[in-house]
Design a protein around this ligand. Structure first.
Ligand code: SF4
Length: 339
């Protein structure tokens, strides 16, 4: 369907998170149209698809993105795609994961400096050292890691499957990296199930999710009768312990879509609340907004210029030997998740 300024505005006018810059007018939407048209034309010419994470700017999600989702869903789309070119609109480690899964395809990253406080907290040299210190452990890495780190680990997980996969791994000794808060949540989950697994973990955090405090949930509940609290597993255990639902961004979207409640508080990057505001303008989304500066540094102009004439840093390259070992790590995730 052809996008017009009016049709884009209809989707974005209920978006009310973040600064006033996140409030869209029809004029604002009209100014974006030339970029959207150019990107659509380039997609046709180059047989390209655009995968965009739920946290990126809404004008990308609601215009040029062919698929939107969480890191697990987008990894699956990357694996199934028959496009020649994949443009991954998110952060660097996600574009790298698409390249790990599609070494023969061109993977473009319009946001080459898109870091992540988790992925940037650890490198392959640290993992090699940890493996010497914990020789009997199965090394499980969160998907928020570079290709080099995945290549040194045994099994990859995402927020949508971390509990299930760690529970299913045959070894009782697990080293989880890099998110210490997610590791603590997994430990609590396993304890509740009576599991005897020993989980050692690294010291990284997501700078967005570690900010949430359990006290703010009490405050929101007290002032919003019937509110449902949805929490991402990158939050701390006291926050997770007060949630009505814990899951990935796609899990949260699905939960709200199925819920009978009229009021929600989502403790995750605020793009998710924005998506739901556009879908359910009649429902109430309470709480504060926390933006990920890395995800939000994607924009239509960078996507257009990357598709038209990528700079060397826009093209994701991974050494074949690293790609092979990282692929084995990611493939084990699909194996365990599909059980
Ligand atoms: S929200 Fe947190 S985990 Fe996600 S990309 Fe941003 S810093 Fe990384």
């Amino acid at each position: 369907m052809t996008i017009t300024a009016q049709s884009l505005y209809e989707k974005l006018r209920h978006y009310r998170v973040g600064s006033p810059l996140c409030e869209f007018t029809e004029e604002h939407c009209a100014r974006m149209l030339p970029y959207i048209e150019k990107i659509e034309q380039l997609k046709q010419e180059k047989n390209a698809i655009i995968l965009a994470h739920n946290y990126v700017a809404p004008e990308v999600l609601f215009s040029v993105a062919d698929y939107t989702g969480d890191s697990y869903g987008l990894s699956k789309k990357a694996r199934q795609s028959d496009a020649d070119v994949i443009v991954f609109v998110a952060v660097r480690f996600m574009a790298e994961t698409a390249k790990i899964l599609n070494p023969e395809k061109t993977v473009l990253d319009p946001n080459p400096n898109g870091g992540c406080s988790l992925a940037d907290s650890i490198n392959a040299g640290i993992v090699k050292q940890l493996r010497r210190e914990y020789p009997d452990h199965t090394f499980v890495c969160y998907i928020n890691t570079t290709a080099d780190v995945k290549a040194e680990c045994d099994v990859c997980v995402t927020s949508s499957n971390v509990y299930k996969i760690i529970e299913a791994i045959e070894n009782d000794k697990i080293y989880f990296l890099p998110d210490k808060l997610m590791a603590q949540n997994v430990i609590d989950f396993l304890k509740e199930k009576g599991s005897s697994k020993q989980i050692d973990f690294y010291d990284g955090t997501c700078y967005v999710h570690e900010e949430y405090e359990a006290g703010s949930i009490d405050f929101i509940r007290k002032n919003n009768e019937g509110v449902e609290i949805l929490v991402h597993p990158e939050c701390s255990p006291p926050v997770v312990g007060k949630a009505d639902y814990v899951g990935s961004t796609t899990g949260m979207l699905e939960h709200v879509r199925e819920s009978k409640s009229d009021s929600f508080f989502l403790l995750t990057e605020c793009g998710l609340t924005g998506i739901l505001q556009t879908e359910y303008p009649e429902k109430q989304f309470v709480g504060s907004c926390t933006m990920c500066r890395y995800m939000k540094s994607n924009c239509l102009t960078h996507i257009a210029s990357t598709l038209e004439q990528p700079l060397p840093e826009n093209i994701v390259n991974i050494a074949p030997e690293v790609q092979q070992r990282a692929l084995a790590c990611v493939d084990r995730m699909f194996h365990y998740a599909g059980r």
